[in-house]
Design a protein around this ligand. Structure first.
Ligand code: ADP
Length: 921
């Protein structure tokens, strides 16, 4: 006999076992030998998806809709099988940001917005209440049914079981206790709950075993296998109709929406997020879950149709199909199976309620209560002390409150619907989180305001099209409104909004809420400008796989922008750091760096700047030391910084050395270029010289041959030719002498005999030495020499050479008889100046520079060309510059020329010693 006390005893025994498992798992975890670090445990914990709704409700739905119960399981299967990369990204972001709940995730994505977190929490709590009430209803009614054993009291939907409300209240309270005991045992709130996960995984096994057991029992004990059940069902028109999918009008749309809904549900039900993301220990488990979880779903759904049809065949008089799993074995007095089913049902319900309330209580605590507490505290006194006790109290209170609200919902609306319909209302609520969540994960453009708008519109639509009709249907309120629309406006009827009729309520609600939700999200996102934090967070979420985990680790830093700037200042200099931060601030739309928040972007920015100076690795180490909320030993950081500055100083020196080296290389290169140029000039010179030598040689040879070949040449001619030969030879000798002289001068090989000289004396000597030539050509010479001049240091012979050259040129280019040459000598600021002026042919301006070049003789002179060599002025200029002076000419063609040169008062000491590179022109 199944007595009430036995049922209660078994229940408590089972709960005790769960506690033992949780305790053991926690102990193992604290020893570092985690029980839950196995992918199969992860997959089983995902199966918390299968609740009392699955356990009792699937059969119920199948009895009405046939295969219509399937989308609820196809959705998650698809999501886990095909959408595992989404799940993986969620896990990656969550771990990197140390996110604690679904609301935290969405809030973080939108610039850590408290408002978004609060709204998500409200949606989740209100949305989940029907779902929790469903569990209460399932457990309470299964208990009530069991108490009637062995009588199968026919629980009609229209007539509730006696004392069901009271039982449900007890169930709610007991569940609250379990949840508190499982989920908030630790003081370290926000951590993972290994014990809880282990218990959940165990429960998943229990409910699967129980369901499969009753399935086999019904199929093979009560009937002769599923084949027989289907055959007999096919014989009944009512049941045969259920076996064909998509038979009812609009059912394809329904199927599609159910599938989408449950795809979202597997990600966004707070308990699913809890087990799949928060409690995940290893990203790779997702891959195993991708096949293991669908397999579980398949197994637990295998016997739904046989049990449903078996039940309908067995109880033609309208036993609530939601209770078939229990009432079928009961009717056949199979105590063991009945009890197993009951335990399986408790498993499914408690698993869901515990995880759901733990997840929700975290959200309520962190996103509704704590923001208020902190605000209030800040207003009063400093935030200090230990928050953990307060947090635990808040969470426990939240769990009790949520279960009481669930009970309240059960009392108000729970009677009106079958289990599945109640659950779907919750699915539709959490589906409102999907746009903000999923678009936010893949689209950086989504903003906080967009998320708020989408969530608000979606949630409002849900309230209006689903929750309100649910209350109305239960006769509690709003009946009038639902029946004929507000103020009788048919178009605004909650169940047929804008005239959309003929769909089931869920599909209808989903179409409108999703259009509104996604539309508002996208529109407002595009229209609003995100803040800095929002942008940074968006990047972190969307690019979760692009950046290293390290960067995200500095996410929740408490460092300030000023601290970062100071850090940068140590490396880049105060002013440079100031500039950088100012530029950064203004590029982010802020007036001063003081407004900056030390968010991930700024950290990243600072790190990048530092990396330019001390390398990426050190920069990262530096920034994360300052940025992470670890107990920070500032002295240590400063020591590192000082060491680093030494390194920098050292590397500066190295840099200087390198610069010197580069300069040396450059000058060597220049010297090399110059040498090459010299080489080229030398080649030019040699070819010119040989050319110049050939001219006199040719004439000498020609005249010699004439003399040689004509022994009886006229003596006068002979004499003339010999004279020419002598003249050419002299010219040749002069040429060779001058070439050698110039070469000697230019190569620095010439000997210099510097001594104190009196320039008046040299000039005077030069004039008297050339007086014969002047007389011979009838050219007057006039020397104006001052009475007294300072003596200078110079080579007497060389100065003489210059004077002779200038004088002989002057006389050469004067008209015979009419020429006049004047020699002037004067003292200047830095030395003495000598000028030789003639009234000869003059030199055209374009030739005035050329004449100083070697072998340059410029045309239209009065003399015959061979008279000079073209080397004279080149030699003069070389000598004068060697002596530290300058030689130049000024002239007007036809009027005469003035050749002038200076000599410094103290002739350059190095004159003649420093080997100088050849001077051109
Ligand atoms: P050269 O031995 O042929 O005189 P120089 O180098 O002394 O060679 O002179 C080069 C050229 O400069 C001469 O051929 C002549 O054309 C021009 N020149 C030099 N001195 C005078 C001068 N006093 N008046 C006009 N032309 C001159």
């Amino acid at each position: 006999m199944l007595r009430g006390w036995l049922v209660v005893l078994v229940s408590f025994g089972y709960i005790g076992l769960l506690f033992a498992i949780a305790w053991y798992a926690d102990r193992r975890a604290s020893q570092g030998r985690s029980l839950v670090s196995h992918p199969v445990v992860y997959s089983l914990s995902l199966a918390v998806y299968a609740t009392a709704w699955t356990f009792y409700g699937s059969v119920g739905r199948a009895a009405h809709d046939g295969v219509g119960f399937l989308p609820i399981y196809i959705g998650p299967t698809l999501m886990v099988l095909l959408g595992w990369f989404v799940l993986r990204k969620m896990i990656r972001v969550t771990k990197a940001a140390r996110i604690t709940s679904l609301a935290d995730f969405v809030a973080s994505r939108y610039g850590k917005s408290a408002l978004v977190g609060g709204l998500v929490t409200v949606i989740a709590v209100i949305g989940i209440l029907p779902y929790i009430s469903l569990q209460l209803k399932a457990v309470a009614s299964s208990f009530q049914i069991l108490l009637q054993y062995p009588e199968v009291i026919v629980p009609q939907k229209a007539a509730p079981l006696p004392f069901l409300d009271v039982t449900a209240l007890y169930v709610a309270m007991f569940m609250a206790l379990f949840a508190i005991a499982f989920g908030t045992r630790h003081l370290d709130v926000g951590e993972r709950h290994e014990g809880l996960v282990a218990a959940i995984a165990f429960e998943s096994i229990v409910k699967l075993v129980a369901f499969v057991a009753v399935g086999i029992y019904v199929s093979y004990v009560l009937y002769a296998g599923p084949g027989e059940i289907f055959r007999r069902a096919a014989a009944q028109p009512d049941l045969a109709r259920l076996m064909a999918p998509f038979a009812a009008p609009g059912s394809i749309a329904n199927w599609a929406w159910m599938t989408v809904l449950s795809m979202f549900a597997i990600l966004f039900l707070p308990r699913q997020f809890q087990v799949a993301v928060i409690e995940n220990v290893d990203e790779r488990h997702v891959k195993t879950a991708a096949w293991a979880f669908p397999l579980y779903m398949l197994a637990i759904n295998l016997f739904v149709l046989p049990i449903a049809f078996g039940g309908v065949l067995a109880f033609p008089h309208g036993v609530d199909p939601d209770s078939f799993v229990l009432t079928l074995p009961m009717a056949h007095r199979s105590e063991a199976i009945t009890l197993l089913v009951f335990v399986g049902g408790i498993s499914a319900a408690t698993g869901m309620v515990i995880v759901e309330t733990v997840a929700l209580s975290t959200m309520v605590c962190n996103h509704l209560v704590m923001p208020l507490v902190l605000r209030w505290r800040r207003a009063g006194r400093e935030i200090s002390g230990d928050f953990t006790r307060l947090l635990l109290a808040v969470r426990r209170g939240a769990i009790v409150a949520i279960l009481l609200l669930g009970y309240f919902y059960f009392v108000v609306a729970g009677e009106a619907y079958a289990l599945v319909s109640i659950g779907l209302i919750s699915f539709a609520a959490v589906a409102q989180l999907a746009p903000a969540f999923l678009l936010g994960l893949y689209w950086k453009g989504g903003t906080r305001n967009g998320a708020l708008a989408g969530l608000a519109v979606g949630f409002a639509t849900w309230l209006y099209t689903l929750l309100l009709p649910a209350f109305a249907k239960s006769g509690w309120s709003g009946m009038q409104l639902v029946a004929s629309g507000p103020f009788g406006i048919e178009l605004l009827k909650p169940t047929a909004l804008f005239g959309l009729e003929g769909l089931d309520p869920i599909t209808h609600a989903m179409i409108w809420s999703m259009i509104g939700n996604v539309g508002a999200y996208v529109f407002v996102s595009l229209a609003s400008r995100p803040g800095t934090t929002e942008l940074a967070q968006a990047k972190l979420f969307v690019d979760a796989f692009r950046q290293g985990g390290e960067r995200a680790a500095a996410w929740r830093s408490t460092t300030s922008a000023a601290a970062l700037q100071a850090l940068l200042g140590r490396f880049l200099g105060e002013s440079r750091a100031g500039e950088l931060f100012l530029a950064y601030a203004s590029s982010h739309g802020m007036r001063s760096p003081g407004d900056l928040e030390a968010d991930a972007d700024l950290l990243h920015f600072a790190e990048l700047q530092l990396a330019g100076t001390i390398g990426a690795a050190s920069a990262h180490a530096m920034v994360s030391t300052v940025a992470q909320e670890e107990p920070l030993d500032i002295d240590q950081v400063m020591t590192i910084i000082d060491e680093a500055s030494h390194v920098i100083a050292h590397s500066r020196k190295l840099e200087d050395k390198q610069r010197e080296l580069e300069a040396a290389t450059a000058s060597l290169q220049a010297a090399n270029e110059q040498l090459k140029e010299l080489d080229r000039l030398k080649d030019d010179f040699i070819s010119t010289v040989t050319h110049e030598l050939r001219t006199p040689l040719t004439s000498i040879r020609a005249f010699s041959e004439i003399l040689h070949d004509n022994p009886d040449l006229d003596p006068a001619d002979r004499q003339r030719f010999l004279g020419l030969v002598i003249k050419e030879s002299e010219r040749l000798t002069r040429l060779i002498n001058q070439v050698l002289d110039l070469a000697k001068l230019e190569s620095g090989m010439a000997e210099w005999h510097t001594a104190e000289v009196d320039l008046r004396e040299i000039v005077g000597d030069a004039v008297s030495a050339t007086s014969q030539i002047f007389k011979g050509r009838g050219v007057a010479i006039d020397a104006r020499l001052p009475a007294h001049l300072p003596r200078i240091l110079a080579d007497r012979d060389r100065v003489m050479q210059v004077m002779l050259n200038l004088l002989s040129n002057a006389v050469k280019f004067c008209r015979e008889g009419a020429g006049r040459v004047e020699v002037r000598l004067a003292e200047e600021a830095h030395g003495l100046r000598v000028e030789v002026e003639d009234n000869g042919v003059g030199i055209r301006p374009e030739h005035q520079a050329l004449i100083f070049e070697k072998f340059r003789q410029v045309g239209d002179t009065l003399t015959d060309k061979p008279a000079g060599t073209g080397l004279g002025l080149a030699i003069c200029r070389e000598i004068v510059s060697r002596l530290g002076g300058r030689l130049w000419v000024r002239s007007r063609p036809g009027e005469g020329s003035v050749f002038a040169f200076t000599l410094p008062r103290v002739a350059s000491a190095e004159a003649g010693h420093a080997p100088r590179l050849m001077e051109r022109a």
